[in-house]
Design a protein around this ligand. Structure first.
Ligand SMILES: O=c1ccn([C@@H]2O[C@H](COP(=O)(O)O)[C@@H](O)[C@H]2O)c(=O)[nH]1
Length: 230
């Protein structure tokens, strides 16, 4: 897989989303992330519609439930021909393994979310009561995901070298929390620029608001691609 810039489609309505996509040239091969906001409103027909238009799809549902429920959900999603799906690594070894079993026979990559990029060291310690350093916690969850046959993880770009060292160079590190130098950080805590993510070895970056809220979304996307592909 080429190292893609994945655009997070966090829109309140599908009309706004399609208008956004119409800014891009027809032959632009886009990798799109559908998250909870759009999936809860528009469901599978929306996913199918975008697949039929030729887009690659990262379905970011962050599943987190008992193993049987996650497995049965993954069996359904396995029929949807999406390229990536997320579960929470903190759901545990059995749940991650069950998700992978559910996806058997499909080409969907299973990615486990480690520590959300909106959580920093303070939140980890004071709110979640995890006594580890953020990088160690992320690496621990990544190792759990690797040992239970996930294809990769979601982390910040900052942890990628440690994750690759603890798992394998081929273990996918897909990194949100990407902020080009000039943009606001908003609710993200562990952030990196596209250039920094590339240097650190991310396999794909996920970018939402710096593109979707830009005055010219296409130009913002192209600027990020230029920095990422340099
Ligand atoms: O740890 C995580 C896991 C998922 N996300 C998702 O990525 C995008 C980021 O959007 P921005 O607007 O670029 O902040 C968003 O859809 C999140 O749900 C994440 O940010 N961090």
């Amino acid at each position: 897989m080429n190292k893609p810039v994945i655009v997070a489609l966090d829109f309140a309505d599908d009309f706004e989303c399609i208008n956004f996509l119409n800014q891009f040239p027809k032959d632009q091969k886009l990798f799109l992330k559908i998250g909870l906001e759009m999936f809860c409103q528009f469901g599978y027909p929306f996913v199918r519609n975008l697949r039929e238009r030729g887009y690659n799809i990262f379905l970011d549902l962050k599943l987190h439930d008992i193993p049987n429920t996650v497995k049965r959900t993954c069996e359904m999603i396995a029929k949807w021909d999406v390229q990536m799906l997320t579960v929470h690594a903190s759901g545990g070894a059995e749940m991650i393994a069950a998700a992978k079993k559910g996806l058997a026979g499909s080409d969907t990559k299973l990615l486990a979310v480690t520590q959300l990029t909106s959580l920093g060291q303070t939140e980890l310690r004071d709110e979640l009561q995890v006594p580890l350093k953020s990088q160690d916690y992320v690496t621990h969850l990544a190792k759990l995901a690797f040992d239970n046959k996930a294809d990769g993880v979601i982390s910040s770009a900052l942890e990628v070298p440690m994750i690759k060292q603890a798992t394998s160079e081929d273990f996918l590190c897909v990194t949100p929390g990407i902020r080009p130098k000039a943009s606001q950080v908003e609710d993200q805590k562990r952030v990196a620029t596209p250039a920094k993510a590339k240097t650190l070895g991310s396999d794909a970056i996920v970018v939402g608001r710096p593109i979707t809220l830009a005055e010219n979304g296409y130009q913002a996307y192209m600027n990020i691609c230029k920095e990422w592909n340099k």
